[in-house]
Design a binder for this molecule. Structure first.
Ligand SMILES: Cc1cc2nc3c(=O)[nH]c(=O)nc-3n(C[C@H](O)[C@H](O)[C@H](O)COP(=O)(O)OP(=O)(O)OC[C@H]3O[C@@H](n4cnc5c(N)ncnc54)[C@H](O)[C@@H]3O)c2cc1C
Length: 355
């Protein structure tokens, strides 16, 4: 059974699909709640609907790393996107970190900024990280190769579910409605008609914040559902790591909370095909890798949680943000390719500005 470590937001927001609204946001993860936050600031009438509960999806199941950039190293991103674009992406994600934490307005979201360490698995990754340090420094970012790992001192970590809850608490009364499973979206000349069960809604604009699940509503959207798995332990008395660690080209990651619990995830590369799924149950195969890894880290505390979540991967590795081609009045804010906590708040701002 999937038992995420993070507690779901304590507040409940039961509701129905509204009959009529200016903007309907579908999806109650970090993207949806960020969208609602930005739309509310702009005094745009908006309602967010979520089929389960807030942070039910990847936003309540992730590792909570606030990393600058994309999955790839800076050196690889420069090769893929060009220097200017890579630099822009790193700037946006650094800003995402600062702005999102500010938006929590002092609520406890478990934020710490200890930096992150990227640990190379082989000579190829080592060379890429050394080159990344050089390029990052040249481009004005703080990064340091300490001989074994690349340190990004601006990076941080949070409790991702608490972050979603903190944004949601600032929404207007009735603006969040849980238990609404949107079944159809039909664009019209002056708006969009949606259905959920027996209910029908006429919305001016719809924004899909449904990440991995977007193709279930709009099959033409190219987002690949991709499972990621984790486990967490009880508080461990020894120090396992001084900061969150990301390794093996992003396929391994672990952190230790201030209270001692160790969270570790990844190993998707050992079973790539089985992990292309909407199924959010952990598998014995990958959990065995995680068990071996915590043994290697000499963690003695017992495992308390095992879980999986579904990420949404795009071909470009960058999020989709803006109008959906061929579907008038339908926008998308999704496809965070395993880095939504680092991207979604600013991506949502960008989409809200287009409405
Ligand atoms: C194990 C794991 C570790 C990760 N680690 C990190 C990390 O350390 N740092 C990081 O930045 N990112 C990480 N990620 C990725 C991150 O979790 C996601 O990028 C991010 O949470 C995506 O947020 P979202 O709001 O777009 O999607 P989600 O949180 O998945 O939210 C989408 C919501 O839409 C709802 N929905 C879907 N269809 C419908 C419908 N038809 N009607 C109504 N509601 C609907 C779903 O129920 C869901 O709640 C990790 C992901 C996983 C799974």
């Amino acid at each position: 059974m999937s038992t995420p470590f993070w507690a779901p937001p304590p507040e409940k927001y039961p509701g129905r699909l509204p009959d009529k609204v200016d903007v309907l946001v579908v999806g109650g993860g970090i993207a949806g709640t960020s969208l609602l936050w930005h739309l509310t600031r702009r005094r745009i009438e908006a309602v967010l609907v979520e089929r389960h509960h807030l942070a039910w999806g990847a936003s309540g199941r992730n590792a909570g790393f606030l990393l600058a950039g994309v999955e790839a190293s800076y050196a690889e991103a420069v090769q893929t996107y060009g220097r200017e674009k890579a630099r822009e992406v790193w700037e946006i994600t650094n800003e995402n970190h600062d702005r999102m934490i500010e938006a929590a307005r002092g609520q406890d979201v478990g934020h710490r900024r200890l930096g992150t360490a990227i640990l190379p698995v082989d000579d190829e990754e080592r060379a890429l990280l050394i080159e990344s340090e050089q390029l990052l420094v040249e481009d004005g970012f703080s990064a340091r190769w300490d001989g074994t790992r690349l340190i990004n001192p601006r990076d941080g970590e949070i409790d991702p579910s608490a972050m979603v809850a903190a944004l949601a608490r600032q929404a207007s009364r009735g603006a969040i409605r849980e238990g609404v499973d949107v079944a159809t979206i039909t664009p019209r000349r002056h708006g969009v008609t949606l259905t959920a069960g027996e209910d029908i809604c006429e919305a001016g604009v719809v924004i899909l914040a449904t990440n991995a699940y977007t193709p279930q509503l709009v099959p033409s959207v190219k987002i690949q559902p991709t499972r990621a798995q984790m486990l967490a332990t009880a508080p461990e008395s020894t120090s396992v790591t001084d900061m969150p660690v990301y390794s093996n080209f992003g396929y391994r990651y672990w952190r230790q909370l201030a209270s001692g619990e160790v969270l570790i995830g990844g190993w998707r590369d050992t079973s790539v095909e089985t992990e292309k799924t909407f199924d959010d149950e952990p598998t014995a195969e990958i959990q065995e890798h995680l068990d071996r890894a915590i043994d290697e880290l000499r963690v003695k505390a017992e495992v308390t949680h095992r879980w999986a979540g579904t990420m949404g991967f795009t071909e470009s590795g960058l999020p989709m943000a803006g109008p959906l081609e061929g579907l008038p009045n339908v926008y998308i804010c999704a496809g965070f390719t395993g880095h939504g906590m680092g991207f979604a708040f600013m991506t949502a701002k960008q989409v809200a500005e287009q409405i």
